[in-house]
Write a protein that binds this ligand. Structure first.
Ligand code: PMP
Length: 366
């Protein structure tokens, strides 16, 4: 089968998918083996989808060692809808929710939660352009908070938590949209984890939510006062099939989970991710021509952000890189500069190609 020429895709999401996954989708798109219909055509009440969902869930549980006391939900509305759902389901009247404000997406989560109830910002690095993760000694938690919310990887600013904050018995909620399954995750230290699929897990359209049973129970108490589609309790009761789920996205996510298991699981992919990021950061630090924007200790292994001396030079860098087949390197419009997103499926030879380009660019413009 002829393969169309592929370039290196450094986009922040939707992002590059594993080649074997794309090939399987292509091969089976007209008719799923043994089914005779496309994944795009099957009923969401079919046995086929039932087994695809069950397999995806089983693979997620195996990958991240998720105990039976957590439900796995496939929702829609992106991580952005979770900003609202988390607060609507878990933050009661008279309660306070704690948020760590370490990036632009954390700030958006806070904004949405404030529309629902009382929010306390535990610590913020906004005044430092979110260049680092707050230190534990800077964090002041509310006694008896409804939950503590963090963003495990700050996609825009290129920082990532190395250690989870110690929240004691309080429910830890984490937006892991941009580093889900890029490294082992200790699910037992979390009460709820959510992530849009379109970076590390699949195409856009499905949002993975892993929620502990006691939070589902908490959400059950609010069920009658929430829009049905925004209730975790409803989603859990119906096995994510209250209405038509994003069938294709769940199918593709399932294939990515199978691919991850075949890579050796999360510890194995973490080693690859560390190698890719270390290669890129070493180049950024080599001469001072490039400047990393994130504090060294908090650098993300997923989104590598860096700048050049002038915006003019940055424009040139992005344009020349694009012309050589290195796509998606323009930083988020809110912060400028450059960003290389190197998620699980991003190939190591693509990182090598970027390093070669960076050296060449420096020779010509340094
Ligand atoms: N949180 C983080 C950390 C993100 O990176 C993004 C998307 N870039 C979002 C939330 C919003 O995700 P979505 O577009 O799926 O709503």
């Amino acid at each position: 089968m002829p393969i169309t020429h592929r370039i290196y895709n450094f986009a922040a999401g939707p992002a590059v998918l594993p080649m074997p996954v794309l090939e399987e989708i292509q091969r089976d798109l007209i008719a799923l083996p043994g089914v005779g219909m496309s994944i795009l055509e099957i009923s969401h009440r079919s046995k086929t989808l039932e087994s695809i969902m069950a397999q995806a869930e089983a693979d997620i549980r195996a990958l991240a060692d998720i105990p039976d006391s957590y439900r796995i939900l496939f929702l829609q509305g992106g991580a952005s809808l979770q900003f609202s759902m988390v607060a609507m389901n878990l933050l009661g009247a008279g309660q306070v929710a704690d948020y760590i404000d370490a990036g632009s997406w954390a700030e958006k989560a806070i904004e949405e939660a404030r529309k629902v109830g009382q929010v306390h910002v535990v610590a913020s690095t906004k005044a430092e352009h979110y260049a680092r993760i707050p230190e534990p000694h800077e964090m002041t938690f509310s006694p008896g908070a409804a939950y503590v919310h963090i963003t495990s990887n700050n996609t825009i600013e290129g920082t990532q938590y190395r250690r989870l904050p110690d929240v004691g018995d309080v429910a830890l909620v984490s937006d892991t949209s941009s580093d889900m399954f890029s490294r082992p995750i200790d699910i037992r230290r979390h009460a709820l984890v959510y992530a849009g699929a379109q970076k590390n897990m699949g195409p856009a359209g499905v949002t993975l939510v892993i929620i502990r049973d006691d939070l589902v129970r908490r959400a059950t108490g609010r069920k009658s006062s929430l829009p049905t589609m925004m209730s975790y309790a409803v989603a859990a009761e119906h096995g994510s099939l209250y209405n038509t789920p994003p069938v294709f996205s769940i199918y593709a996510l399932g294939l990515v989970m199978k691919w991850l298991l075949a890579q050796g699981g999360l510890a194995a992919i973490e080693r690859v991710n560390e190698r890719k990021a270390a290669t890129l950061y070493a180049e950024i630090d080599r001469t001072g021509f490039y400047r990393g924007t994130a504090a060294a200790a908090d650098r993300s292994r997923m989104n590598v952000t860096f700048r050049l001396a002038t915006e003019d030079l940055e424009k040139r860098f992005v344009a020349e890189a694009t012309a050589t087949g290195l796509d998606g390197l323009k930083g988020h419009r809110a912060v400028g500069g450059m960003r290389a997103s190197i998620y699980n499926a991003f190939p190591e030879d693509g990182v090598a190609a970027l390093v070669d380009f960076m050296r060449d660019f420096e020779r010509r413009h340094g």
